[in-house]
Design a protein around this ligand. Structure first.
Ligand SMILES: *Cc1c(COP(=O)(O)O)cnc(C)c1O
Length: 840
C-alpha cells in the first residue's frame, strides 16, 4: 500500500478573525485509501459535475478524477504558499513565453503517490484509469524544445523544493494540430480548452491592468526632480490562471501562473444598442486576441505587433504580480535582488528589462543609477540559438508606437552602455556599432539579445559547445567587455516524465536493480554499468524494448492505422521540421536504401529490416519545411507499397508529434537521429530523452550530442559528419554541393530518383525546389555530410546484427547519461546564476 498522503499540521486559515474550529483546522488531504479515494471521486462526480456515475461520460469521469487528484495536492499547495509568504526566500521567476507541459493527470498522480490507489479505486467503480488517461488533451502551449525545457525545469524546481514561479501565457489555442492531406501538412486549431481544463484555477479578481500605446511626457516631481511618465493609449486586463506544479514525492507544490488577456470593459453598450454589433465588440476582440494563439514558429521570429503585445503583456503582468503579491509591502527595493531572479527564457521576455526599470523609476521613484543597479542583478538570460536569423529584433517604429516609455529607457540604457564601451576601448566606431543595442540595418531596431546581455547578471548557453560558440562567434565583444558574465548550463530532461511515466517497464527494471532513488538522483544510473555485463539483465532489457515496440504498435494502429514489426530496427527522427535539423539527410538515406533495392543492385533479403519513424511539425509559413514533409510522406508511400522491398523498409510519419506521442515513441526506439549541421543545434533535448531510454544515437558533433558522446563513449555512439570548425572552413572556402553530387554515385542516384518524379507520380516539378535547394543553395550542407552519414548507417546495421552487443550499448547509454537530468541543470543554474537554495 502506498504511503498516506499527509498534510502539514499548520492551519491555513489564520486570519480574518476566524473563531470556528473548522476554519482554524488545517486543510488536510483526504485519506489516501481506496475507500477514501472512491468517496472523493464520487463526490466530485456528483457535486462538482452534477452527474451520477451511471449517467457520466468519459469526460465527466476524467474531470472528476482530476479534481480528486487536485484535492489531494491542495493542502500542500496552500501550505507551501503560506509558508513561503512567511519565510520570504529568494525566488526564481522563470519567464517563458512557452510551456509545453504534456498531459497532467499521470504526472500528478505519480507526484502525489496516488497511482495505485486511484487505479484500484476506479476499478472498484468499474472505471478504467487507462481510458481516462487517454481522453486528456495535452496543453500544447509551446512549439518544441524551448517550451518543453521550461516544463522540465519547473518539474525539477518543485522536486528540489526550490521556491519558484513559472510565468507565461495561457494561450486559448496552443500549437496547431497537424494533419496530412495527400501527404501535405494541414493545420487545425488546437482547442485544448473545449472540454474544460480541470487543472487551472482562474483568479479574475487578481487581474492586472496592462497598458499599451499613447505617449510620454516630462514633468518635475514634488522634490524638484525631472521625471518621465507614460500616458498610455489603451489597456487590457491580465487574468492569472494558476496551475499546480507538484514535486515528486516531496510534498511540495509550486505554482505555474499563466496570464489570459481580457478586455477592460466588455463592450460599448451604446454602440451595440445603435445596431453596430461588430463595432461594439471590436475593441474587446482586439484586446482578447493577445492570448488567443501561440505563434507556431520555431527558430525564426516573425516581428509581428501581436507578438510584441504578447511578450509585454505577460512580463508586465508577472513583474507587477511578483512585486505586489509575492514580495508584498515594506520591502526595500534595494533588497530586491536578494528576493528574486527573473530568468529570461530566450529573448521573448526581454522587454521585462525596461519594464522593471519603468516601474522602479516612474512608479517607485528611484533614480536612474539605483534602478539600473537593481535591475542588473535581477535578470539572467538564456540564449537558445546560434542562427543569426533567430536573434529577435524589434523595429524602433513598432516598439516606440506600442511602448513609447520603454523605448526611451532602452535608448538611455544603450547610451550609458556605449559610453562605458568608449571609455574602455576608445572611439572604435566599428566596435561601437557592432555592440549597440540599436541596430541601423536594414532598419532601426532593438536587438533584444544585446539588451538581455547588457542587463543580465549572467548569460548562458545551453550546451558546452553552444556556450563556447556564443562567446566566440555570436557575442564576442560582449564576452570581452564583461569577463565572467558568460556561462554554460547544459540542458536536461525530467526523468519523472521521460523515464518513470513514459517507460514504466524500464523504470521497474532499474528500480529492481538499483532501488528507487534514481528518480531524483539520476547519477545513480551509473550502477547499471555492471548490469550491462549481465546476460540475464540484458535479456530483461531486450524484453522491455520489445514490449515497448508492441505498445507503440498498438498506439499507432489505433491512431493512424500503422503497424510496427518487432523484428525491425526502430529508427526515429522526431523534432520540429527545420532545414538545420536536416530531415533531408535522413530522406536521402532512405531513398538510397530504397534505390539500391528497386534497381536490383541490392537484394532486399540482404537489407537489415528497419522502420523509419518521423514526427515533425513545420511552421505554417515555412514553405521549404512543408515541402520536406510532403516529400517524406511521398517517399513513405512509394517505399511502403513497393513489393520489391518485401516489407524490409518501412517509413511511418504519424502526424501531430507532441509530448504525448514522444512518450510512446522514445521508449520503443533503437536508434536516435540527431543529425543537425555542426554548430547549428544549440543543445537538443530529444537526444537526451532517447539516450536515457536506451536508444543509440547516430549524430553529428553538435549541441549536447558532444557531451552525450563523451559520456557514453565512442563505442556506444555513431558519430559522423563535419565538426564545427570543418563546417566553417568549407563555408569559407566555398561550399559547392554539385561537386558532391557529381562525385558520389549513391548520392547522385538518390537525388536523381527524387528529381525524376518517382515519388510524385512522374511530376518532376513537385520536389524540384528541394532538389535545386540541395544542389545550389543549401546553407546546411546536407550533401557535404551525406557520404559520412551513409557510412555511419552501415556501421549501425552491422552493430544491430549483434543484438546482444547492441543491448549492452543501450544499457551503457542509460547508465552514463544521468548527467542529463533537468535536476542537474537546475543545480547548475542555482550554483552559477541564481543562488537560490532549496527551502524544505
Ligand atoms: C523534447 C521535445 C522536443 C525537442 O526535441 P529536439 O530533438 O531537441 O529538437 C520537441 N518536441 C517535443 C514534443 C518534445 O518532447
Amino acid at each position: 500500500m502506498p504511503e498516506e498522503a499527509t498534510a502539514s499540521a499548520a492551519p491555513i486559515v489564520h486570519a480574518l478573525g476566524a473563531t470556528h474550529p473548522l476554519a482554524l483546522a488545517p486543510v488536510t488531504a483526504p485519506p489516501a485509501s481506496v475507500d477514501g479515494f472512491v468517496r472523493e471521486f464520487l463526490h466530485n462526480l456528483n457535486f462538482e459535475l452534477g452527474v451520477s456515475l451511471s449517467a457520466s461520460s468519459v469526460n465527466d469521469r476524467y474531470l472528476a478524477l482530476a479534481q480528486t487528484v487536485r484535492d489531494y495536492l491542495m493542502a500542500r499547495w496552500l501550505d507551501d504558499q503560506r509558508r513561503l509568504s512567511e519565510i520570504k526566500p529568494k525566488t526564481v521567476c522563470y519567464l517563458s513565453a512557452e510551456y509545453l507541459l504534456g498531459r497532467q493527470l499521470d504526472n500528478n498522480l505519480l507526484a502525489a503517490r496516488l497511482t495505485d490507489v486511484a487505479t484500484e479505486a476506479l476499478a472498484a467503480c468499474g472505471v478504467s484509469l487507462e481510458e481516462l488517461r487517454e481522453i486528456e488533451v495535452e496543453p500544447g502551449l509551446g512549439n518544441g524544445g524551448l517550451g518543453r525545457l521550461a516544463a522540465c525545469f519547473i518539474d525539477s524546481l518543485a522536486t528540489m523544493s526550490v521556491p519558484s514561479i513559472g510565468y507565461g501565457i495561457r494561450y486559448e489555442y496552443g500549437i496547431f494540430r497537424q494533419t496530412f492531406v495527400d501527404g501535405q501538412q494541414v493545420e487545425q486549431p488546437d482547442s485544448w480548452l473545449r472540454l474544460g481544463s480541470p487543472w487551472e484555477f482562474p483568479h479574475p479578481e487578481a487581474a492586472q491592468t496592462i497598458s499599451f500605446g499613447g505617449h510620454t511626457e516630462k514633468y518635475v516631481d514634488d522634490d524638484g526632480v525631472e521625471r518621465s511618465r507614460w500616458i498610455p493609449g489603451w489597456n487590457v486586463l491580465a487574468v492569472p490562471y494558476n496551475y499546480m506544479v507538484p514535486g515528486y514525492h516531496n510534498g511540495r507544490v509550486n505554482t505555474l501562473r499563466l496570464w489570459r488577456a481580457v478586455a477592460t470593459s466588455s463592450f460599448d453598450l451604446r454602440v451595440f444598442n445603435s445596431g453596430d454589433y461588430e463595432e461594439a465588440v471590436r475593441a474587446q476582440t482586439y484586446a482578447e486576441n493577445i492570448s488567443k494563439v501561440l505563434y507556431p514558429e520555431d527558430s525564426t521570429p516573425q516581428g509581428k505587433e501581436l507578438r510584441l503585445q504578447q511578450q509585454y503583456f505577460f512580463v508586465a503582468a508577472s513583474i507587477s504580480d511578483f512585486l505586489e503579491n509575492v514580495l508584498g509591502d515594506g520591502v526595500e527595493l534595494e533588497k530586491l535582488p536578494s528576493r528574486v531572479i527573473f530568468q529570461l527564457n530566450d529573448t521573448h521576455p526581454v522587454i521585462a528589462v525596461p519594464e522593471l526599470m519603468r516601474v522602479l523609476l516612474d512608479e517607485r521613484r528611484l533614480d536612474w543609477d539605483d534602478a539600473w543597479a537593481i535591475t542588473q542583478q535581477c535578470f539572467a538570460y538564456t540564449c537558445h540559438t546560434l542562427l543569426p536569423e533567430a536573434l529577435e529584433v524589434w523595429s524602433v517604429d513598432l516598439l516606440g508606437r506600442l511602448l513609447p516609455r520603454h523605448l526611451e529607457i532602452i535608448y538611455r540604457i544603450n547610451e550609458e552602455f556605449l559610453e562605458a564601451v568608449r571609455e574602455r576601448f576608445g572611439d572604435d566606431e566599428m566596435r561601437i556599432r557592432n555592440m549597440s543595442i540599436i541596430g541601423e540595418h536594414p532598419y532601426r531596431s532593438v536587438r533584444m539579445a544585446y539588451l538581455a546581455t547588457v542587463a543580465g547578471a549572467k548569460v548562458n548557453g545551453v550546451a558546452e559547445l553552444h556556450s563556447q560558440l556564443l562567446r566566440d562567434k555570436v557575442l564576442p565583444d560582449f564576452d570581452e567587455f564583461y569577463p565572467g558574465k558568460f556561462t554554460n548550463v547544459t540542458n536536461g530532461v525530467t526523468p519523472r516524465r521521460f523515464i518513470r511515466l513514459a517507460n514504466p517497464d524500464l523504470a521497474s527494471l532499474i528500480t529492481e536493480a538499483l532501488g528507487a532513488g534514481w528518480t531524483i538522483d539520476l547519477e545513480r544510473l551509473r550502477g547499471l554499468e555492471a548490469y550491462a555485463e549481465d546476460p540475464e539483465f540484458r535479456a530483461k532489457f531486450a524484453a522491455v524494448k520489445a514490449s515497448n515496440k508492441r505498445r507503440l504498435s498498438d498506439v499507432l494502429h489505433v491512431r493512424d492505422g500503422f503497424d510496427v514489426s518487432e523484428d525491425h530496427m526502430l529508427d526515429v527522427m522526431v523534432k520540429r521540421l527545420h532545414e538545420y535539423k536536416r530531415q533531408m539527410l535522413k530522406v536521402l538515406h532512405i531513398v538510397t536504401e530504397y534505390e539500391g533495392i528497386a534497381s536490383g543492385r541490392v537484394a532486399a533479403s540482404a537489407v537489415q529490416p528497419r522502420t523509419f519513424v518521423f514526427g515533425a511539425k513545420a511552421a505554417p509559413g515555412y514553405i521549404m519545411a512543408k515541402r520536406i514533409i510532403h516529400l517524406i510522406n511521398a517517399v513513405g508511400k512509394v517505399v511502403n507499397e513497393d513489393p520489391r522491398v518485401e516489407g524490409r523498409l518501412k517509413v511511418l510519419f504519424p502526424p501531430n508529434y507532441n509530448v504525448t506521442l514522444a512518450e510512446r515513441l522514445i521508449p520503443a526506439a533503437d536508434l536516435s537521429e540527431q543529425i543537425s549541421l555542426a554548430g547549428k543545434e544549440a543543445s537538443g533535448t530529444g537526444n537526451m530523452k532517447f539516450a536515457l531510454n536506451g536508444a543509440l544515437t547516430v549524430g553529428t558533433d553538435d549541441g549536447a550530442n558532444v557531451e552525450i558522446r563523451q559520456l557514453v563513449g565512442d563505442d556506444n555512439f555513431f558519430l559522423f559528419g563535419m565538426t564545427e570548425p570543418e563546417v566553417e572552413a568549407l563555408w569559407a572556402k566555398g561550399y559547392r554541393p554539385a561537386d558532391f553530387y557529381q562525385q558520389d554515385d549513391d548520392l547522385r542516384r538518390a537525388i536523381d530518383l527524387i528529381a525524376s518524379g518517382a515519388f510524385s507520380d512522374g511530376d518532376r516539378s513537385v520536389f524540384e525546389p528541394i532538389v535545386s535547394n540541395l544542389l545550389y543553395d543549401d546553407r546546411f550542407m546536407v550533401l557535404a555530410d551525406y557520404s559520412s552519414y551513409i557510412a555511419a548507417q552501415a556501421q549501425v546495421d552491422a552493430a544491430y546484427a549483434d543484438q546482444d552487443a547492441w543491448t549492452r550499448s543501450a544499457i551503457l547509454n542509460i547508465a552514463r547519461c544521468g548527467f542529463f537530468s533537468s535536476d542537474r541543470s537546475m543545480r547548475d543554474y542555482i550554483d552559477r546564476i541564481w543562488h537560490t537554495p532549496p527551502v524544505l
